[in-house]
Design a protein around this ligand. Structure first.
Ligand code: SAH
Length: 221
């Protein structure tokens, strides 16, 4: 996998590896994430690859960072919590809405069988498509993800990383029975709840996980 920006020396690679180990211990395991598949993926995927040059040295800090176009790469703990909440075994087909930096997409590709990722912003889509090329199990699309991605539905899991003010019906329709969706929902960035949604026979079960602050899910009219 090629890093964004300039080449690193071997001491820089070691520096980032050590920052990654600290992040996993101090931000992820310490807050209760236990799924070994998630922890392994966090070890394998260099978060600094997905962060622009200006913020590289902050790649492993306990916060979201700007990725351009007014968007952000999510805080590492939230990425880990969302991934663990999907309860992946390795055989799943996953739909992701909001590719953003591509970091979450790469983690999913390390664990799941197939990843379908939708990004509405064309410049982010172009930039991250190149970065994710090494993963043969990722398919990407540049469209308004409010409608999900019907072509490959249904999905075992859905993960949404931009917040709508309600759960979009297309997501529920495209989720398999007993499938799990993780989605932030709320009217504004300071008033959102992260839900784990389980699809049952003719209804959904919603479990509130925590308060979060995601960018809004935009709609293309
Ligand atoms: N998981 C990403 C989060 C990026 S921020 C990361 O950690 O990098 C949310 C992303 O959702 C942004 O890239 C934004 O452009 C995208 N987004 C917002 N509304 C969308 C929509 N309707 N369809 C698809 N992507 C959308």
């Amino acid at each position: 996998m090629k890093r964004k920006g300039t080449k690193y020396s071997s001491s820089e690679i070691q520096k980032y590896e050590s920052m990654r180990e600290h992040m996993i211990r101090d931000q992820i395991i310490s807050r209760g994430i236990r799924d070994e598949k998630v922890l392994d993926a966090l070890r394998k995927v260099p978060r600094d690859y997905f962060v622009d040059e200006t913020y590289k040295s902050s790649s492993y800090e306990d916060r979201p960072l700007p990725i351009g176009s007014g968007q952000t790469i999510s805080q590492p703990y939230i990425v880990a919590l969302m991934t663990e909440s999907l309860e992946l075994t390795g055989n799943e087909k996953v739909l992701e809405i909001g590719t953003g930096s591509g970091y979450q997409t790469a983690l999913l590709a390390e664990i799941a069988m197939e990843v379908y990722s939708v990004e509405v912003n064309t410049s982010l889509y172009e930039k991250n498509r190149k970065l994710l090329k090494k993963y043969k199990n990722i398919k990407m699309s540049n469209h308004d993800g409010y409608s999900g991605w019907q072509e490959y539905a249904p999905y075992d899991r859905i993960i949404v990383t931009a917040a709508p003010d309600h759960i979009p019906q297309p997501f529920v329709n495209q989720l398999k029975k007993d499938g799990i969706m993780v989605i932030p929902v709320g009217p504004s960035s300071w008033n959102q709840i992260l839900y784990k949604v389980i699809k049952q026979d003719d209804n959904i079960k919603k479990i509130a996980l925590c308060g979060v602050a995601f960018v809004p899910l935009v709609r293309i009219k």
